[in-house]
Design a protein around this ligand. Structure first.
Ligand SMILES: C[S@@+](CC[C@H](N)C(=O)[O-])C[C@H]1O[C@@H](n2cnc3c(N)ncnc32)[C@H](O)[C@@H]1O
Length: 288
């Protein structure tokens, strides 16, 4: 069902989809307010842009992945790239101890203001930063280029970083710079979990057979997208290009890549493809 809706929305002009989405979410927010369903740690739905799915449940599931697959410990320093309305931060409030620290940044001013009000006020070791970065889908009026943005973390200070459904909305020069920032900020023992849409041979075949949710039919040279007018709506990279970008940033992909279900293949973790990167010798892959 989700696949059918997703394909249908891809046929509509983006401003119309945004209008329909915002109206629908504003209605649900109103309903939540009147029924008392929204608790103090429930962000208004109109502030998040994370598609269908249960906000709380997905956050809990990902915390499990971070612990099991990313070896996250309760006393570590975490960086959440594109944290949105704290979907991943909220379950972490009960996991990170006072000696741990969470830093999240995003380009949505309202989302960051909500996180500061709702989360930092309860957990001072959870910090949120706003960056007015341009992104045609999420912050069309932004004035800062993602390709020049410096993460709000010191060199070699982060144990565990993640970006869930963020690099899937970014162009190549931006992704390259964020990977370099990951290399700068991760400790030598640091790990990062980053979701992508990856076109390896298997995913390309599934796309050709129309079994994937996205067709990534538009090759813009620097990336593949579903929408040439608003490319940031969904962006994919060929596996060879991604491997090169990661290596050029001084990072390594830890094998195996955990392919997702967006392409129609059986999910190894999520709907998107998840890559674990660690610091290392350029071009060398390290097994777990
Ligand atoms: C699909 S949402 C995912 C939000 C969050 N990571 C989650 O999983 O709930 C994409 C998020 O990426 C943010 N974003 C887009 N481009 C960004 C950039 N260059 N740097 C940081 N955040 C960005 C958007 O504002 C939005 O909050």
């Amino acid at each position: 069902m989700y696949r059918r809706y997703e394909r249908f929305f891809q046929l509509l002009p983006r401003p119309l989809v945004r209008f329909m989405r915002d109206t629908y979410l504003a209605f649900l927010d109103l309903k939540d307010r009147f029924t008392g369903k929204a608790g103090p740690l429930t962000p208004p739905r109109s502030l998040h842009f994370i598609g269908a799915g249960d906000f709380e449940k997905i956050g809990e599931v990902f915390l499990g992945h971070f612990i099991k697959v990313g070896s996250l410990k309760g006393n570590e320093t975490v960086l959440d790239i594109g944290c949105g309305t704290g979907r991943m931060a909220i379950p972490m409030m009960n996991y990170l101890s006072d000696s741990g620290a969470y830093h999240g940044f995003d380009i949505s001013k309202k989302a960051i203001a909500w996180c500061q009000r709702a989360i930092t006020s309860r957990k001072p070791n959870f910090k949120f930063y706003y960056a007015n970065i341009h992104n045609k889908e999420y912050n069309a009026r932004g004035t800062v280029s993602a390709a020049e943005y410096r993460f709000p973390s010191k060199d070699n200070s982060v144990d565990f970083a993640f970006a869930t459904s963020v690099f899937t909305h970014m162009r190549r020069g931006e992704v390259e710079h964020y990977l370099a920032e990951l290399n700068r900020t991760l400790k030598p023992s640091g790990r990062a979990m980053v979701s992508f849409f990856i076109l390896d041979e298997e995913n390309k075949r599934l796309v050709r057979e129309r079994r994937a949710v996205y067709d990534f039919a538009h090759d813009l040279g620097d990336c593949l997208t579903v929408d040439p007018i608003t490319p940031e709506r969904a962006v994919a990279y060929n596996l060879e290009d991604l491997t090169r970008m990661v290596a050029n940033a001084g990072l390594m992909i830890k094998q195996p890549i955990l392919f997702g279900s967006w392409s129609g293949r059986e999910s190894m973790l999520d709907t998107q493809d998840i890559v674990i990167v660690v610091k290392g010798q350029a071009g060398v892959m390290r097994n777990s």
